[in-house]
Design a protein around this ligand. Structure first.
Ligand code: FES
Length: 102
């Protein structure tokens, strides 16, 4: 059963940036888009690359390896060579902390 887990200080998850962290052994990439927090599995669905090392732009994160775009809100693949979605992880902000449900 999935549970909410503490992931990071909410103050360090800011617009247009990505924060990589590990929650219960799972690499997670945290984002903030228009004030709302989102989390993705920190692994590109195309290859072995950390999305937390990519660039954030217009609600998408660009994979650092082959520059495919992933929608931060849904994990959907937006551009080639990424074709499979990246796992989207529920995230919320509680009392100045970011929590993810894994
Ligand atoms: Fe991410 Fe290829 S590993 S686009």
């Amino acid at each position: 059963m999935s549970e909410w887990r503490d992931a990071a200080d909410a103050a360090v998850v800011v617009e247009d940036e990505v924060l990589g962290c590990v929650v219960d052994g799972l690499p997670v990439a945290l984002f903030r888009v228009e004030g709302e927090v989102f989390a993705l599995h920190d692994l590109c669905s195309h290859g072995h690359a950390r999305l937390s090392e990519g660039f954030v732009e217009d609600g998408c994160v660009e994979c650092p390896l082959h520059q495919g775009l992933v929608d931060i809100r849904t994990g959907a693949a937006r551009t080639a060579p990424i074709s499979e979605p990246v796992r989207s992880i529920p995230a919320r902000e509680v009392g100045g902390r970011i929590e993810v449900r894994i």
